[in-house]
Design a binder for this molecule. Structure first.
Ligand code: SME
Length: 154
């Protein structure tokens, strides 16, 4: 299967998870597990929930190494910058990004995709990879589609 076929199959599976019986947290965790298990270079997959009054992100369901960054102010790190800019932020080599919050020495790159609800950033999908430059426009388009499918879980 090429990347597009994997992503198309994942979209169908994510739609099924969203329709399922679990509560929202359970569904989000299943989606994290699915993405991490099916895409070899997705090594940490999680959600941050946005509080637009406090301008702060709080760690939600995730799979991968535990992180100390459970609260992130808007503007800080890759996650906080994506929340402030209100757009997908791809960093292909985290060693070159100065405004970066490190979770693990193994992480080489990161993509953060905002989840919008009525134009407001309600959450983010955050993915870390152990490879340099693994993310293409296909990943960005795929994850933006995922964000649209799951927005009502927030
Ligand atoms: N690296 C992120 C912090 C979150 S961890 O990747 C889980 C950042 O710079 O915002």
């Amino acid at each position: 299967m090429d990347k597009i076929e994997i992503f198309n199959s994942l979209i169908a599976q994510i739609k099924e998870i969203v329709k399922g019986q679990n509560d929202s947290k359970g569904k989000l965790l299943k989606i994290c597990e699915l993405l991490k298990n099916k895409v070899p270079y997705y090594n940490w997959v999680g959600f941050y929930i946005a509080d637009n009054e406090k301008k702060e992100l709080t760690l939600g369901p995730y799979v991968g190494e535990p992180t100390e960054h459970t609260k992130i102010p808007f503007g800080r790190g890759i996650c906080g910058q994506a929340a402030e800019r209100r757009e997908t932020f791809v960093v292909q080599d985290v060693s070159k990004e100065t405004n970066y919050l490190s979770c693990s020495m193994n992480v080489k790159s990161e993509i953060v995709v905002p989840v919008f609800k009525e134009g407001i950033v309600v959450a983010e999908i955050d993915i870390d990879s152990h490879q340099i430059s693994p993310f293409t426009n296909e990943d960005k388009e795929f994850l933006e589609q995922v964000a649209e499918i799951i927005k009502n879980l927030f």
